[in-house]
Design a protein around this ligand. Structure first.
Ligand SMILES: C[S@@+](CC[C@H](N)C(=O)[O-])C[C@H]1O[C@@H](n2cnc3c(N)ncnc32)[C@H](O)[C@@H]1O
Length: 239
């Protein structure tokens, strides 16, 4: 009975808000945090994940892992960017608390991005834990699981680390989680996050990332980007 009440509360505690760039985000009562910056959801996602992450890879086919599928905004932006660049994407995204259909139906990203609403709907309608071809260039696997217990099977070129903030969910920003992701990254793989906290930067460095502090999106001075740089031993032969 207690479980039923908690589940009921969980579905009652999400609301849509409009952010400074006119795009929407979602507020979670459970975590007391919005899914994106109130200074602009689309502006933040494009800045942190597309420009500082996805667009730094020049591969013709990019494998992305996202921590926190949420509204599907990052997935939609990635799909549209891949179409613009004429490249293929395999996109894996983990989510423990999928949004209710009524919230998904209330999100208006497609119009603001001059995109077909069907694409956004297709991302959300895709079944969990199965690979689905959303378009000929975009393959999606939504994983319904807890990031804490999850070990990816595949290797990734780009990771969007978009969990709730370390103050709210410190366990997700731990060495254990970052180490698992680092181990599954391809050489020169990029992890990008809106967070700029010193403790997160040091944890990323501890697991092996080379970390840069970049200019943040509106309302944030900085953000972080980690790179998996492989040190290949160089042998010097004497003649
Ligand atoms: C900051 S929001 C991410 C927003 C999302 N990337 C988007 O574009 O809407 C954090 C997301 O992580 C999810 N989440 C929270 N705890 C999680 C966990 N332990 N494992 C997987 N996902 C989790 C939340 O439900 C939420 O969707």
């Amino acid at each position: 009975m207690i479980i039923v009440i908690l589940e009921f509360r969980k579905t009652m505690t999400i609301s849509i808000q409009t952010t400074a760039d006119g795009s929407q985000t979602v507020f979670s009562d459970q975590f007391q945090e919005t899914y994106h910056s109130v200074n602009g959801a689309i502006v933040e996602s494009k800045h942190v994940f597309i420009e500082a992450g996805f667009n730094t890879s020049t591969l013709p086919s990019i494998t992305v892992f996202e921590a926190g599928f949420g509204t599907g905004l990052n997935a939609l932006l990635t799909l549209l960017e891949a179409r613009k660049r004429g490249i293929n994407v395999v996109y894996h995204s983990i989510e423990l608390y999928p949004l209710q259909q009524s919230i998904i139906d209330g999100l208006e990203y497609a119009g603001l991005l001059s995109s077909d609403r069907e694409l956004f709907r297709a991302l959300h309608d895709a079944p969990w834990n199965r690979v689905t071809s959303i378009t000929p260039w975009f393959e999606l696997k939504k994983i319904k699981a807890d990031l804490l217990d999850f070990t990816p099977d595949d290797n990734f070129d780009v990771i969007y680390f978009d969990a709730f903030s370390p103050n709210i969910q410190p366990d997700l920003w731990s060495k254990t989680v970052f180490q698992k992701l680092y181990d599954k990254m391809n050489c020169n793989g990029i992890l990008t996050t809106y967070c700029a906290k010193g403790v997160v930067r040091r944890t990323l460095q501890e697991v092996g990332f080379s970390v840069e502090r970049l200019a943040g999106p509106p309302g944030k001075r900085e953000m972080l980007r980690g790179k998996k740089v492989m040190n290949i031993p160089v042998r010097i032969f004497k003649s």
